[in-house]
Design a protein around this ligand. Sequence first.
Ligand code: HEM
Length: 379
Amino acid sequence: MHANGAGDLTRRALLGAGGAAALGTVLGGREPRQGAAGTGTAPVARVRAEGAHQAGIARPAEAQSHLLLAVFDLDDTPAPVLAELGRSIVDLVDGGHPALAGIAAGDLTVTVGVGPRLVAAVRPDSPGADDLPEFAREEIDDIHRGGDVVIQVCASDPLLLPLALTHLMRTSPELRERWRQRGIRGPVKAVRRGHTAPRNVLGFIDGIAIPTSKSEMADSVWLDDGAAAGGTIMVVRRMVIDIPAFQSLSVAAQEAAVGRRRSSGAPLSGGGIADDVDLQAKTADGRYRLPADAHARRAHPRPIGAPLMLRRSYSMEDPMGLLFISMQTELRTFVRTLERMSESDALLDFTTTTASGTFLLLPGYDRSRPLGSTLFGAS
Ligand code: HEM
């Protein structure tokens, strides 16, 4: 369905004059909220829970700076549990909920996904029914592999995260927690109009080459067919990074491992932050400008003929590393990318993955279409 380099072409096309203007209009999703201020001085805009897609995937366009993600087992019938979760999320995000202890809900989002076991039980042919294979550089025990439900809570105000999750676990006691992880995003840098990307724990700008326009999101992220339409396939990987070893490299060696400049985000192959990496560019003496094992080369979608994945990862301080989060229409986009990285990726060598899962992030919902109802039926 997707030709080689399709994501690449659309990305480049977007750099044209019309593209920049179009981007500004499709990346919205925040609404001004009357009388609700954030914890800081800047007003924080509300993000609606209901809609065609769940919040926390592409809305807000700039991911909030704090995340709490938790994975659960669920042995009960999913339909009523998911419907209750959806109702509780709408109540929380609406603001003024007693569980939030008087703290403004601001840009709080809660995103829910279901694991392959639950999907396969009702729709074995649906996207989301397949699990991840094992990969190199994993040290994952049973608790940290897989899971039936993921809840991703994001907000600018870090206090909201545990309050919101605690409330949801109280109203949905059927969920049995496996593991949880907090994440933070560093200061952002503008990539192009309507698209910013944060620095990660390595100091590199992360989330540059991602789908952003409406058509790229349709090609790369949103499922458009069947019971899962409006949802997307999420992959979560808790990647611990050997920070002391990476720190001991010169900046030039760090940049060679990543494939982009640390300070500016510009590709080593030339151009500015918004430019795609050029896999062919060579120096006068015939060497690739982008080293053969640079992460941006090994992870590039063109060699595997896949659309771009949407990466919305968060840095971790304990353990130090990256909570890698990607969204894509097909699990194989992630699987083939990581397989290709595993052959030789200078950045991957510094990582050990200690938790992993894939989840179908459920289609959007509202009062007439409860969370999860298109897959699991009405409760
Ligand atoms: C600790 C782990 C990782 C770190 C620190 C990291 C960091 C980065 C950085 C700094 C970039 C360049 C800027 C950008 O385009 O956003 C990048 C690009 C990318 N990464 Fe990662 N990454 C990690 C793991 C992964 C994994 C596990 C995958 C998927 C299997 C992945 C997929 C990609 C893709 C698809 C790109 C864009 C390549 C392009 O088209 O230019 N990354 N990553």
